[in-house]
Design a protein around this ligand. Structure first.
Ligand SMILES: [Zn+2]
Length: 304
């Protein structure tokens, strides 16, 4: 676990997603009240709690836990955190809130999407009592001292995806809306996972974000990025690369996911977790986009 100072009121706790630094963070946002953004998985929660302790934040002082979306590496630790932070309400889009009350179906579908290699690194979710949950899609949370968090809809990566704009820093907690950007592992790509990935929505989201006045991006995987325009432009380009590679493969009747992924993310990787992420999250993205494109083509044909 490492504490990464971001701003006078924002701190990142590197909670070592996939058991390594540089992969996932939980952000701590402090006004008079304290909010956490992103929970990591069940496996990362002990390290997040150690981070809070190191920051001198008592467990009773955390009032809010915000998730950008329902995936295991963002909301998977929410139940464990809620159990340890007795005063905190948990926020997520109401569309996927039932999965935090009863995570069993979500865990089954996540296991299929994540694959057996990376699955054991995600841990078991813990159910959250309904009364601790709040819908986040219209959230405007005033933490005091001019620190205000506001939800904006950023669907595509998942239908429930929300990003949180923070007023005092003019930064955006962007979750996975524009993909991952992990300088320590030289990995940069938008993640387009099955079964709910929506290309049209993600294209709109990235275009919308490029029109906004955002000073910094607080990426979950991984860390703050100052060059907002550059990151969003590269996210757009890398996404269109994937679309070109996947549609060409489908036109040729090629369904070899590993080979398609190797054409999209050609850097050969042997390090851990770089190789696992490039393989597991990369292949998940190929499968997600293929599924989207297959359905789109079927719709087009049935209309013709
Ligand atoms: Zn995700």
């Amino acid at each position: 676990m490492e504490i990464i100072p971001v701003d006078d009121h924002i701190t990142a706790i590197d909670h070592e997603l996939l058991e390594r630094p540089g992969v996932g963070v939980t952000y701590v946002v402090r006004g008079e009240d304290i909010a956490l953004i992103e929970t990591g998985t069940a496996m990362t929660v002990p390290r997040t709690l150690a981070g809070l302790e190191q920051l001198g934040i008592p467990r009773e002082a955390v009032s809010h836990i915000l998730c950008t979306h329902i995936h295991m590496d963002h909301a998977g630790g929410a139940g464990h955190l809620a159990a340890e932070l007795p005063r905190a309400a948990v926020y997520i889009h109401s569309m996927t809130m039932p999965h935090l009350v009863d995570p069993s179906r979500l865990m089954q579908s996540s296991r299929r999407a994540i694959g057996e290699a990376a699955w054991p690194l995600h841990g078991e979710m813990r159910p959250i009592p309904e009364e601790r949950l709040r819908p986040a899609e219209s959230l405007r949370l005033d933490l005091g001292r001019d620190v205000v968090l506001e939800a904006i809809a950023t669907p595509g990566h998942s239908p429930d995806h929300l990003s949180y704009r923070e007023r005092r820093s003019s930064g955006l907690f962007i979750g996975d809306a524009a993909g991952l950007d992990m300088p320590p592992y030289n990995l940069f790509f938008p993640c387009t996972p099955p079964p709910t990935y929506d290309l049209a929505a993600q294209r709109n989201t990235i275009a919308m974000l490029r029109e906004q006045d955002i000073s910094r991006l607080f990426v979950t995987h991984w860390g703050p990025h100052d060059d907002v325009e550059d990151k969003l432009r590269r996210a757009h380009e890398k996404l269109e690369d994937l679309v070109a590679v996947v549609t060409a493969a489908m036109d040729a009747g090629d369904e070899d996911v590993a080979a398609i992924n190797a054409r999209w993310l050609p850097e050969v990787r042997t390090d851990y977790p770089g190789a696992l992420i490039a393989e597991s999250w990369g292949e998940m993205s190929v499968v997600g986009l293929m599924r989207y494109e297959k359905k789109r083509r079927e719709r087009e044909q049935s209309q013709a």
